[in-house]
Write a protein that binds this ligand. Structure first.
Ligand SMILES: *Cc1c(COP(=O)(O)O)cnc(C)c1O
Length: 348
């Protein structure tokens, strides 16, 4: 047949559904969304759905504007940050020079580059799985970096990012901050000084709303407008009415999410320590997951064993540098205690 497209798609973590499973394979939040989100859902007027959703998402943009102290033109909203990233790739990466990103990072970057015919180059990480910023000082058509990076969990400081931005003034640099709430200082404060910076956020991780599908970009209004024009050329109503309403309630309840985020970080530190007493070697994570390996254990066997115990974690058999590692999302303290009990039986 003529004209058919061949492409290797992004493969998300599975979504198993057992009653008592411990699901730690897609970095979802173990805590429910804010009670204000739940209340907003209960009070949602279903009759309003007969209308199309908002094209410019002013309600959510106003809430974001308040959160970040920026005007509403700094935001682009999409159906998950995956979609926001897709719009940004099409809006900003149209050079014949390659888009640069780390060889080990969020798997979707490569998929989009291929989908949109964007030339790209994957730059190796150091032996410690860190991003080597000096490698990015080469001719390029743009840069995308997840900070903290996934699935390594490693976080790079503001100063290092600023150095990168200083060297790259004529291309767009995207920083994907999907896990920033679990890490530290956001690059948002660099926006004023570096207008070529675009930041991507999601409500899927720290805001416990993976199923709602809302993400956003923050950037210079001049560039956000271009990304908006891509959105309008593809699916102007991509954010449905219910999603915008609930996302707004979530953004307005920072206090609740600070609490759940703090709990996850505490559990992460505790769990990581426990792993090391069992002989696991983990990368120092600033996210809601831990990338870990064990010198004496066959990781693929451990992965399958955990599955038999209804514990689902992520394993990357096809990524050479990662096929001896497991990525374990951080669940509730009680869930991680159960995981630890199971691991102890296997290791000790
Ligand atoms: C989870 C994740 C996303 C996607 O988030 P959605 O908003 O659910 O589409 C984007 N980037 C990174 C690095 C992620 O880990």
């Amino acid at each position: 047949m003529k004209g058919l497209r061949k492409i290797t798609p992004y493969i998300p973590g599975e979504q198993p559904n057992y009653v008592n499973m411990i699901k730690l394979n897609t970095n979802e939040n173990p805590y429910p969304p804010s009670p204000k989100v739940v209340e907003t859902l209960k009070n949602f007027d279903a009759a309003s759905l007969k209308r199309y959703s908002s094209v410019d998402n002013q309600e959510l943009k106003k809430a974001l504007g308040k959160k970040f102290g920026l005007s509403t033109e700094h935001f682009l909203i999409g159906n998950g940050s995956d979609e926001v990233l897709a719009f940004c790739f099409q809006a900003f990466f149209n050079s014949s020079d390659p888009l640069l990103f780390p060889e080990i990072t969020y798997g979707f970057y490569k998929v989009w580059a291929e989908l949109f015919h964007i030339p790209f180059k994957e730059l190796p990480l150091t032996d410690d799985f860190d991003i080597c910023f000096s490698d990015y000082k080469q001719k390029n058509g743009g840069i995308i970096i997840a900070n903290p990076n996934a699935p390594t969990g490693l976080f790079r400081s503001h100063d290092e990012l600023e150095q990168l931005l200083k060297e790259q003034t004529d291309v767009i640099v995207i920083i994907d901050e999907a896990y920033i709430d679990f890490a530290g200082k956001s690059a948002v404060t660099l926006l004023k000084k570096y207008p070529n910076l675009i930041i991507i956020r999601t409500l899927s991780k720290a805001n416990s709303l993976a199923g709602l599908r809302v993400g956003y970009a923050i950037g210079n209004p001049e560039y956000i407008r271009i990304a908006e024009s891509i959105k309008s050329s593809f699916n102007p109503y991509s954010v449905d009415m219910l999603a915008e309403t609930l996302a707004t309630a979530a953004i307005e309840d920072d206090a609740y999410y600070q609490e759940t985020t703090e709990k996850i970080c505490q559990t992460r530190e505790w769990f990581s320590e426990q792993l090391s007493t069992l002989g696991f070697c983990s990368l120092p994570s600033k996210t809601n997951f831990i990338l870990t390996t064990h010198p004496k254990i066959k990781i693929n066997e451990l992965y399958h064993y955990l599955e038999t115990q209804d514990i689902f974690v992520r394993y990357f058999p096809n990524v050479q540098r990662l096929n001896t590692y497991l990525r374990i999302s951080i669940g509730t303290q009680a869930e991680m205690e159960k995981v630890l009990t199971v691991l102890k039986k296997q290791v000790l």
